[in-house]
Ligand binder design. Structure first.
Ligand SMILES: Cc1cc2nc3c(=O)[nH]c(=O)nc-3n(C[C@H](O)[C@H](O)[C@H](O)COP(=O)(O)OP(=O)(O)OC[C@H]3O[C@@H](n4cnc5c(N)ncnc54)[C@H](O)[C@@H]3O)c2cc1C
Length: 385
């Protein structure tokens, strides 16, 4: 349940890097809603984008825990960067590693690991969020043509992290709409494929700087060699990805909450009112104690979720529980951190204001808090989907 020495070393070294490289620009990224153009290559140079990707595919080795700990470190400084990092590593590269052919892995993983290709994953649609298997994007197989066998994709995806800057997107579409959720397939779509375009870029409350957009597929031509996994087995690809995504992002929530807690603890020992440090007031101490307890518990659940997911097989309950609790902890702790900062916490002069806005996303993305409850309950009651 605890991190081992090697894992702690990864976390500490990534945190040093994040403080040095992102610390001076984290507020700017938020205020300008701008992702630094060279950041992916810098993350690649550090080996962070290759976390969990074997060396033979250009990765840095390690596992899902390695990537989650890098995400944790990034989230302590810039949760928005952690979100985009996860979009590349967890949602795109690791999915490709689990489900791709050797040829697909050779073609794309080295670029993703180096930050030369930016990855994303597109499942959500304007009318298919929580009800993800009701997606309407279609992928119709074309008969073998001179240009090669392939699929024509039509549809719109919504809320896609890294969407405006992505080079490679894992896209879910219906290859057999009449089969419902059993008629879904996954595809590797390059941003240069004819018929692909980036739609509206979204102006968000938090996680600003992590670019999010609508993606549009209009008779988009995708070669058959870019199908990810067998035809009509997209649901399995999707479900394996959801467990890993929830386990990964639970550590983002823990990092965000830990930082807000640390900032609140420091502020409480500096700010004076009524002739005493505010940390001497028991009502403030009560807040700090509860923040600490929740962060510690969230971290343990996150560690367990990653270990279960890595062990293979299904870890839906553990992953959903970990992100459910991490998200709630991040929201609670950032709220209390703003409260402890008083009026100053409500201004952009203090980072807790940014963390407070960023935390809310964790209760919505990767399945909402309500859907996570439903996933846990279904497993408890033996009603697996
Ligand atoms: C910043 C950001 C980044 C994202 N990144 C990605 C990405 O990279 N790729 C991607 O594919 N998607 C991404 N998403 C989409 C995200 O996964 C969805 O927003 C989420 O799944 C919820 O879908 P929705 O927004 O359509 O809400 P809805 O599904 O419409 O839900 C609205 C409300 O109804 C509740 N609700 C729905 N169904 C039920 C039910 N059965 N029981 C009880 N309550 C229910 C929900 O919990 C929620 O409170 C991102 C979203 C955001 C905001």
């Amino acid at each position: 349940m605890e991190l081992n020495e090697e894992e702690l070393a990864v976390a500490e070294s990534a945190l040093r890097w994040a403080r040095r490289e992102l610390g001076p620009i984290a507020d700017h990224i938020d205020q300008e809603d701008a992702f630094p153009p060279d950041l992916f290559t810098r993350l690649g140079d550090q080996g962070y984008l290759g976390a969990g990707i074997p060396v033979e595919y250009g990765g840095a080795g390690g596992d899902l825990m390695t990537a989650a700990l890098v995400g944790w470190a990034l989230a302590r400084v810039s949760p928005a960067v952690a979100l985009s990092y996860g979009g590349n590593v967890n949602l795109c590269a690791h999915n490709l590693l689990r489900n791709g052919t050797p040829e697909q892995k050779r073609r794309y993983l080295p670029g993703l690991a180096a930050g030369k290709l930016i990855g994303a994953m597109a499942l959500t649609e304007p009318n298919a969020g929580s009800d993800a298997t009701s997606i309407r994007t279609t992928a119709i197989r074309t008969a073998a043509r001179p240009a090669g066998d392939g699929y024509i994709l039509n549809g719109t995806k919504m809320f896609i992290t890294n969407g405006p800057i992505a080079d490679l997107i894992v896209v879910y579409a219906k290859t057999a709409p009449e089969l419902g959720k059993k008629g879904i397939s996954a595809f590797l779509v390059e941003n240069g494929f004819a018929g692909f375009s980036v739609g509206q870029r979204l102006d968000k409350m938090g996680m600003r700087g992590s670019p999010t957009a609508e993606l549009v597929f209009t008779d988009c031509e995708v070669p058959a060699t870019n199908r990810l996994g067998p035809e009509n087995e997209g649901l399995r690809v999707m479900m394996s990805g959801l467990d890993a995504e929830r386990a990964y992002y639970s550590f983002t929530g823990v990092g965000l909450a830990e930082e807000a807690f640390a900032l609140a603890l420091r502020y409480a020992t500096q700010r004076e009112q009524f002739g005493a440090k505010i940390s001497e007031f028991q009502l403030v101490q009560s807040k700090l104690a509860e923040m600490y307890a929740r962060v510690e518990a969230a971290r343990l659940l996150a560690i367990r979720a990653i270990r279960r997911t890595e062990a293979g097989g299904r870890a839906s309950k553990e992953a959903a529980a970990a992100i459910f609790f991490a998200a709630e902890t991040a929201r609670f702790v950032t709220d209390q951190a703003v409260q402890i900062h008083g009026g100053y916490g409500y201004t952009k002069d203090y980072a807790v204001e940014r963390f407070f806005r960023d935390a809310k996303l964790l209760e919505i993305g990767a399945g909402t808090q309500e859907i996570r409850r439903l996933v846990i309950a279904a497993e408890l009651l033996g009603q697996r989907h």
